[in-house]
Design a protein. Sequence first.
Length: 562
Amino acid sequence: MTDALLLETREGDKTAAWWRQAAVYQIYPRSFADANGDGLGDIPGILSRVDYLADLGIDAVWLSPFYPSELADGGYDVADYRNVDPRLGTLEDFDAMVEALHARGIRVVVDIVPNHTSDQHAWFQEALAAGRGSAARERYIFREGEGPDGSEPPADWVSTFGGPAWHRVADGQWYFHHFATEQPDLNWDNPEVRADFVKTLRFWSDRGVDGFRIDVAHMLTKDFAEKLPTSAELDLIPKDGNHPLIDRDDVHEIYAEWRQVFNSYDPPRTAVAEAWVAADRVPKYASPESLGQSFNFDLLEADFDAPEFRRIVTENLALAATSGSSSTWVLSNHDVVRHATRYGIPVAQDSDAPTRHGGQWLLDGGDESVLDREKGARRATAATLFLLGLPGSTYLYQGEELGLHEVAAIPAEDRQDPTFFRTGGEEIGRDGCRVPLPWSADGDSFGFGSAGAHLPQPAWFADYSADAEASDPSSTLSLYREALRLRHPLQTGETLEWIETGRADVLRFARPNGWQVVTNFGAEAFDLGADAADVVLSSRALEGSALPGEATAWIAPAGLLG
Ligand code: NOJ
C-alpha cells in the first residue's frame, strides 16, 4: 500500500482499505460494561463507554457475539443470528451504538458463528420435533448410531471441548457437534443454510456494520462417508484440503459467495477468518476472493523471545504478501491466558505441549505465587508496542490496555466455560480472561454495573481500574493511548526492514518512512546512542540513552510527527 493511499484512508476514511493497518479492539460484550444492572454487560454499556473507546484511539471494535443465546459457550451458541440478546439490549440499542461509534470514526466488526447454531435455535428445535428423515434434520448433521440397536455413537470422535462429539436425541438418532452438545454443527451442503447466512450478512451490513470476524472459518464444510473413520484414523488424514472435517478446499465456495455480498456495499464490508490452519493454507482465507484477511495466532503461542518473534513476523509478512492481504497480530483474546500473565509465569518445559502457553499453569491450579506480575506487565507492554509498530492490523483484547492479568482463582461453582464441565474440571478453561472489567477502584463490581459481575472479580482488580489509570500518566492505559495516538501519524507502507543490533535478544526494525521500533527482550540495557534523542515513546523510561530490559522504544526522526 502506498503512503498516499494510506493518507487518504486516514483523512477521508473513505477508501476500502481502512482495515489493512487498523488497531482493532475486541469487546467481549457480556464482560465490558453493564448498563441495566443485571450482572451481564450489554450494548447500552458499550454505548456509555464510547468516549473511553474514542480516547483510547482505536480504529475499530470487534464485538464477540451479542445475539440471543443460552450461554452454553459464552454466546458462541447463537439462537437467533439477526437479533440482540434481550439481556444485552435491542436492535435499536445496537443501531445507537453503531451510530455513536461511527460518529467518532470507530468502525464496527461483528462476530459471525456459521459452523454451528445453539440447540435453542428455531431450526434445531424444529429438527428435534420433525424427526428422522425430515427436511429440518437436513440442516444439521444427523445419523443413525452403530451397533444392533444404534445405541453406539456413529464414531468415537472427541469434541474440541472434551467429551464425545456425537449426541443422541430422544428418537435415537445422533447429531454431530464439534464443540459443546448445545452447539449442533450445521450442514453446509444444504442450500437453505447458505442462503440464510447471506441474509444474516446483509442484515448486519445494512445496519452499518463494517466487517465480520468469522468463527472457526475452516470448519464449515464436511464430507461424511458412509462409514465414518475412527478418531485415530481421522488424526492420520492429511489436512490438505480434502480432510473430512477441517480446512476443506470447498469451504472457499461459500466465501466466494460472501465476497460478492461484501463487495456489493460501499465501502466493501471486510472479513477476518478465525482459521487454525497450517501456514501454507492461510492465504486461501486471506485472499481478496475469499474473506480477505485471516488471523495469525503465532504470537499467541510464542514465548517472549527475540528470535521467535523475528521469525514469526518475517514469515507472516511474506505469507500476507502472497495473498495481497495484510498481516494480523494478536497477543490476547477471549480464548487464551492474558499475555501479561503468560509472560510472568515460568515457561512450561515441554515446548510441544498444547497447554504450554499459560494453559499448563492453569492446569496446575493457576498458582499466583509463581506469577511475577511486574515482569509480566513489563514484557506485555514491550510486546504490545512491538506489535503496534508492525505493518498490518493489530487486534487488542479488552482489559489488556489496563494491564489486566488472568484471574486464575475462580471457584468451580462460578465457572462458565464448557471446557471446564466437559473435562470434569480437569481443564479450567477460559473464564479467567473473561472476568468483567474494572472501571473504578471501588464501588459495586468496580464500576462494571450495579448488580455485581457474572464472573467474580478479585480484590486486586482495584489496582487496574480504568478511572485511576486514565489520570495516571505512568499507567498502562496512558501508554496504550499514547501509542495509538502516535500510530496514526507514524503509519506508513506495509513493509519493514530489520536492522541488526549485534544482540540476539534485541530486535530493531524500520518502516518505510523512517519510523523505528526497538525491543529489548533481554535483561541488560541496550544503548540507543544518538537515536535516544528521537525516542517518541517507550514502554519503560530510558536510562540516559539506554533502553532498559524488557522494553520497547519508538524512534521517529525529526519531522515525522509534523
Ligand atoms: C472460537 C471462539 O473464539 C471460541 O470462543 C468458541 O468457543 C469456539 N470458536 C466455538 O464457537
